[in-house]
Design a protein around this ligand. Structure first.
Ligand code: ARG
Length: 463
């Protein structure tokens, strides 16, 4: 039993050790000590400006808080579970250091608005790390795309070979997904960085506070609109977790491509040794474990989003302790998304592409069939008829175990007398790709424009 709580005034008995272990959060919320101290410093300074405490008192509090931060960063700070959370650990150490004045820090403030402020700053800081890493990945993908604007490969629909595309086009599809992710996180950041300080427990502080000046000092975008919402809202965590889930979904799709491409059946890439593992029983194997794990970990991040949505749905106004559950879910998702983005950038930088295998797959998959149909349309045939004749040409090539472009002219003319020697130019893969010059298309010049746009974005985004 313990009775040494900062809130223990009306309590005769402490909670049992089991209950204390069950309710404590300091083992994980100490991660946001920097944000807690920054918030407290801003609160103390604002109180001095508003005449709620004296300048000297505010100076002593700020100096004390800085010392606590140094203690934490030098590893000398002792985190006490009986002080429950990061807030009370820091405040009680502050009071040990500066004496009675320390007890003034919490004037007009509740842990309810304090934790909401700390966590908003923390979520925003972490989401900026994700943004930086996503920008790094976009840069890597753009670099690999640049090297491969003329590397052709099959593009798929329904997992069936469909039309030739450049490898650059395929890689840029992912680059623009991660660019969108960065934009999504930036947009959410405006709502994450709204200060709840001044909402106090739920009804608003009864002191002449100036919440806007606290928000400005902490580089936030605004202040709470309603005190009850301010202490009970966790939309900001949900938005970050949703954005993280989308990042992971994009990463997982890329992993799926990597896993397929590394199979002997595809053979489009060779996995770098640093990103694959062997089998303990089958000596020939090189497994794409890193990509598989990333695909697997995606589920954990979705889990965090689902867990918090479920936690929120039954909460009455205003603060309820259930809200403490936001932190572990977020911390786990943060570890996953930040490490995944970093690992993927490393893996993409080192992947070895095998263009010969991509070419071979093009020829075997009749990926120039659409070109033949378009060629026939050019000769005046209605598209439906052109489609039908092309189907017959594919069947003939299949029967003779040849690629379309290897069928002799007479054989093609047997299907349609209007076909002439120019058909071989139409069937050429490079020409097929070059015809897709539409903005956002796979032709080298269209890919060049996509790359230029991406580079301009990267320059602005700090990549
Ligand atoms: N650890 C708590 C949380 O994360 C801090 C706020 C506690 N507030 C309270 N009224 N018990 O939500």
């Amino acid at each position: 039993m313990s009775t040494s709580k900062l809130w223990g005034g009306r309590f005769k008995e402490g909670v049992t050790d089991v209950a204390a272990a069950y309710t404590e959060s300091v083992s994980f919320d100490q991660a946001m000590y920097r944000q807690d101290i920054a918030g407290s410093i801003a609160h103390a300074r604002m109180m001095a400006r508003q005449g709620v405490i004296s300048r000297e008192e505010a100076d002593a509090l700020c100096l004390g808080l800085e010392s606590v931060r140094e203690e934490i960063e030098s590893g000398g700070f002792v985190w006490r579970r009986d002080h429950e959370d990061v807030h009370m650990n820091i405040e009680s150490r502050l009071t040990e250091l500066v004496g009675e004045i320390g007890k003034k820090l919490h004037t007009g403030r509740s842990r309810n608005d304090q934790v909401a402020l700390d966590f908003r700053l923390f979520v925003s800081d972490r989401s900026r790390v994700w943004q930086d890493r996503a920008i790094g990945l976009v840069k890597t993908l753009a670099g690999r795309a640049q090297e491969n604007t003329a590397t052709l490969m099959p593009g798929f629909t329904h997992m069936q070979p469909a039309q030739p595309v450049s490898l650059a086009q395929h890689l840029l599809a992912y680059a623009v997904m991660f660019r969108r992710d960065v934009e999504r996180l930036k947009d959410a950041d405006r709502r994450i960085r709204v200060s709840p300080l001044g909402a106090a427990a739920l009804a608003g502080a009864a002191y002449p506070f100036d919440p806007a000046s606290v928000a400005a000092e902490l580089e936030m975008t605004g202040v709470f609109a309603n005190s009850m919402d301010a202490v009970s809202d966790r939309d900001f965590v949900l938005e970050a977790l949703f954005a993280a889930s989308v990042v992971m979904m994009h990463l997982s799709r890329l992993c799926e491509d990597i896993i397929l491409w590394a199979t002997p059946a595809f053979g489009f890439i060779r996995l770098p040794d640093a990103y694959s593992t062997g089998s303990s029983i089958m000596p020939q194997k090189k497994n794409p474990d890193v990509a598989e794990l990333m695909r697997g970990k995606t589920g954990r991040v979705y889990g965090a989003l689902m867990a918090l949505l479920a936690t929120m749905k039954g909460l009455p106004m205003a603060y309820n302790r259930d809200l403490q559950e936001d932190k572990e879910a977020f911390l786990d998702a943060d570890r996953t998304v930040s490490s995944s983005l970093e690992v993927m950038a490393g893996m993409m930088a080192e992947l070895v592409f095998v263009p010969e295998r991509m070419r071979l797959a093009l020829r075997r998959g009749f990926l120039n069939a659409t070109e033949l149909a378009d060629y026939l349309v050019g000769k005046g045939l209605p598209f439906r008829e052109a489609h039908h004749i092309t189907g017959q040409a594919v069947a003939l090539a299949e029967e003779r175990k040849l690629a379309l472009e290897d069928l002799p002219l007479e054989a093609l003319q047997g299907l349609c007398p209007r076909i002439d020697r120019e058909v071989y130019g139409a069937l050429d893969f490079d020409q097929a790709v070059a015809r897709r010059g539409i903005s956002g298309g796979t032709a080298p010049d269209a890919v060049g424009r996509q790359l230029a746009e991406l580079r301009a974005w990267l320059a602005k985004a700090g990549g």
